[in-house]
Design a binder for this molecule. Sequence first.
Ligand code: VTB
Length: 333
Amino acid sequence: MNPTENLFSSERTLSREVLGVVEAAALAAGRLMGTGKRDAADQAAVTAMRQTLSEIPVNGTIVIGEGERDEAPMLYIGEKVGKTQPGLPEVDIAVDPLEGTNLVAHGLPGAVATLALAPKGGLFHAPDTYMEKLVVGPDAKGKVDITAPVKYNLSILAMSLQREVQDLTIVILDRPRHTQLIQEVREAGARIKLISDGDLMPAVSAALIGSGIHAVMGTGGAPEAVLTAAAVKCLGGEIQARLRWRNEEEKNRATRMNIDLSEDRIYRTDDLAPANELVFAACGITTGDTLKGVNYFGNGARTHSLIMAYQSGLVRFVDTIHLSREKGGRVKL
Ligand code: VTB
């Protein structure tokens, strides 16, 4: 590829542009940490994200957002965002301005502000339901199988990572629906990290070496699966997922979206995030395994973000200090 072309590709440029978007959402939501006000925290993140998105040089369409137009006034599915001028790239955007509303409300670890961006048609328009997920990093990519027994997948994962099953840590959402899964993981001998919310960032951690997390298993949000796919694709990892409907109404809505209702169909990384140009961004709100939370101090705040561009092969951890000029700031190393 022509290096100049690559240097100026929209993916590379946009990966820089979206940093401010996730940072703004995190800075706004982080102020509400521990207040118990989950809706207010979500609203703060949504408002800040929508405002900053409007400055990004794209013709954007929200494909995963806060809900249908009639139920969400901002960042609803189908909303046009960005500078929206003729000639700007047509992109689809998946947003989760506050992944882990309960985590922020209670001051628990692992909440982030996140989004993924791709050329039109580059992200699966996931229905608002659940998906059963299996997420692993690059070493086990193509080797695990969501239809296989848990014990089998854990032994493959251990082999891929050149360790024993007992040295693996699997993240699972702490929900009654996972009783059997938890039992099977325990019987296989792996360690478990049960989380109260937020299965997206643990999936990112599973795709990174040195995070201490080796896989995510279990059923969580389908929209989060698309963001997960975008992130793990950038990191060379893998997600396999199957739709899990909660009720008839969800199925009816999905039928109107032309989605195959089968619970057997396996969605892989490239089904959920088929784009070849792909940007993923996340900014920590409360400190988790991979990203630090927002730190506020007298004259500003500090944020920690992960920004990735798939084709350009960029994985950036960005530590930003946002100084307040009025108060006069000094920067600490
Ligand atoms: C899932 C998970 C998310 O909310 O959507 C979960 O993917 C909701 O599950 O990361 P329940 O309905 O069982 O609570 C999160 O944990 C946070 O948005």
